[in-house]
Design a protein around this ligand. Sequence first.
Ligand SMILES: NC(=O)c1ccc[n+]([C@@H]2O[C@H](COP(=O)([O-])OP(=O)(O)OC[C@H]3O[C@@H](n4cnc5c(N)ncnc54)[C@H](OP(=O)(O)O)[C@@H]3O)[C@@H](O)[C@H]2O)c1
Length: 259
Amino acid sequence: MIKTGMIGFGKMAQAIVEGWNNAKMRDVVEVYAYAPHQDKLKENCARMHAIPCASPQELCQAVDVIILACKPAQVDGVIEQIAPHLHGKFVISVAAGITHERLAEPLIGIPHVSVMPNTAMAALAGTLIVEEPNTMGDKESEMLQMMFAPLAAVVPVSEALFGIAGTISGCGPAFLGLFAEALADAGVKYGLPRAIAAKLSAQTVYGAGAMLSRDGTEPSVFKNEICSPGGTTIRGIVTLEKDGFRRAVIEAIEAIQEK
Ligand SMILES: NC(=O)c1ccc[n+]([C@@H]2O[C@H](COP(=O)([O-])OP(=O)(O)OC[C@H]3O[C@@H](n4cnc5c(N)ncnc54)[C@H](OP(=O)(O)O)[C@@H]3O)[C@@H](O)[C@H]2O)c1
């Protein structure tokens, strides 16, 4: 049993725990959680089958693995509080922009890794970008795989590319949410009831994702297979191109990278 403590129990931490619950991993990972608003924490813990802790220090004493799941600006303060309790623990940071280099000094001598998850872990269809280098030994790498491989594609990425990789998998789902909404709106425009339009657009995004994530599938090849010569899909693709669909997506990523 891997005793795991979430410091910060918001949207991301709960998506991970929902994934463990959905993957029926309650006999693999035992979850402890700390967050400042204790009433809200207790409610969330009861719903998610986690054990609430009154302080980060109490959490550290109970667990083997600590997941830093608070806001990036809170990470320094949290590490300062738990530093005396980290001996023998393994620390995983999910905080955006908190790289291995940034944690090297405060976590000297403690095995740690910076990762970038996404909330699709709740549906066992997530992505976990794992920054390299890190200070995980074989034992910690194995634990990371045991905890996350059932919820996500685990993708190691070099330090230089960690930011852009996290942007694609972290922000990309929101872009797809916008796309799914637009597809459903178009269905409603042509008379589909909202619930049916929403179900069709969600299943279409899900199915395309499942096809695209098959090993070796190139997005362009996948798209070309659906576009029969002189057919309807290619007419839609040409219109999307005219409206700058691809440029808009690439510029959205650029806007995030330049922030
Ligand atoms: N959401 C995503 O899709 C996503 C994806 C990848 C990475 N992340 C990363 O995950 C982290 C959490 O994001 P989130 O979206 O889950 O945010 P969130 O929903 O706002 O949750 C933040 C959590 O941190 C807690 N917190 C506040 N002050 C704290 C402190 N001083 N010490 C410990 N915990 C504290 C909050 O507790 P209270 O509610 O009690 O104040 C809350 O449980 C961020 O670093 C973010 O970069 C998020």
